[in-house]
Design a protein around this ligand. Structure first.
Ligand SMILES: Cc1cc2nc3c(=O)[nH]c(=O)nc-3n(C[C@H](O)[C@H](O)[C@H](O)COP(=O)(O)OP(=O)(O)OC[C@H]3O[C@@H](n4cnc5c(N)ncnc54)[C@H](O)[C@@H]3O)c2cc1C
Length: 313
């Protein structure tokens, strides 16, 4: 990895008056589940909307790229890191409010973008609210889950999402209905550059013991079939046309294939694990290798689920 490039902007000075916790030139590896990623010019913990607006105004004025990192559980951040600002949604963005409707059969949950998806599923499930059973065990935040339309065979975000409130680059807050967000299999048409603040979800009254046993069962299967004790970014590729990407990769004998510190998991062939201080380049090369082998063998072009951002080292 080459020396980190000097930032183009004097961010400590530009951001000086903002009362947020921030770090400059901070490595992003600890903020991702794969434990890979070079430094970002400025990493800012945003606690409320006012603070966010201040940062956005500065970014707009100086044309500084700005994006959000959720739990970093679907990200491969390249070795030379990210120029500009990365936001972490904390404080007011890490809470939720559940209001049962008058019929007692449904409830509306407003949940901040920084809240843990899996924790929310567990908390509402304990109270017998159904709709998020699929989410228990999926790492990351509500923000990342909405953008990725996170899910499993039990369901996905599109099944509960009513609306999403976001701050757009023009400085305005919009509350868009789910129908405008184009949620589809592990993807959405989320407006580029918009910062998700909060989502509104609709849940149904269920039986707490059924909801909880569904979640426990799903989590048990997850533990048996996924390498949860090693750093990864979950499934590397989406499943092509109903075929399991992991099965296609496993059939080619690629389990255990290693490039540098990155390895195709022995437990689940669609997971790449960081076994020995992998660089992003190791992981990216392994991704390309798997994709090429699958293309050659089956004439199938795999689509990456993991998002790759940042600059090459
Ligand atoms: C062990 C493991 C198991 C997994 N299992 C599953 C699974 O069963 N199903 C599944 O769908 N996924 C799974 N994943 C992948 C991942 O957990 C999901 O995609 C998750 O929803 C990503 O959320 P995050 O907060 O970590 O998002 P990140 O990875 O941090 O970000 C994902 C994208 O969302 C954007 N984003 C995040 N927050 C905001 C915001 N507030 N405003 C605007 N943009 C935002 C980011 O910029 C980025 O483009 C798994 C991952 C791991 C490591």
């Amino acid at each position: 990895m080459g020396p980190a490039q000097a930032p183009q902007w004097n961010l400590p000075e530009l951001l000086h008056d903002i009362p947020a916790r921030m770090a400059f030139g901070c490595p992003l590896a600890p903020y991702t589940s794969l434990r890979v990623g070079g430094p970002v010019d400025a990493l800012i913990q945003i606690d409320n909307l006012e603070m966010l607006r201040q940062v956005l105004a500065i970014a707009n004025r100086h044309e500084i790229p700005l994006s959000v990192l959720g739990g970093g559980s679907n990200m491969l951040i390249r070795d030379a890191g990210i120029r500009g600002i990365i936001l972490l949604m904390r404080g007011a963005f890490r809470s939720y409010d559940l209001q049962p409707n008058a019929d007692g059969e449904t409830a509306v949950v407003k949940v901040g973008a920084g809240y843990s998806l899996s924790r929310l599923a567990m908390q509402v499930g304990r109270c017998g609210w159904s709709g998020l059973e699929f989410a228990y065990g999926i790492p990351g935040t509500i923000g990342g889950a909405m953008v990725m339309n996170a899910g499993t065979s039990l369901g996905d975000m599109s099944g509960t999402l009513v609306a999403a409130r976001m701050l757009c680059r023009d400085g305005n807050v919009y509350n868009l209905p789910a129908s405008a967000l184009g949620l589809r299999y592990r993807s959405s048409s989320y407006p580029p550059g918009a910062i998700l603040l909060e989502t509104t979800l609709r849940l149904q009254r269920g039986d707490a013991s059924v909801v909880n046993s569904t979640m426990r069962g799903a989590y048990k299967r997850r533990r048996q079939t996924q390498p949860l004790t090693l750093p990864s970014a979950g499934s590397t590729f989406t499943n092509p046309h109903g075929r399991a990407a992991g099965y296609l990769i496993e059939r080619l004998g690629l389990k255990g294939t290693r490039i540098g510190g990155a390895q195709v998991s022995l437990v689940h062939a669609n997971f790449i694990i960081n076994v020995a201080r992998a660089t992003a380049a190791d992981v990216e090369t392994l991704i390309a290798y798997i994709r090429d082998r699958v293309q050659e063998a089956y004439d199938i072009s795999l689509t990456r689920e993991v998002r790759i951002v940042g600059e090459k080292g």
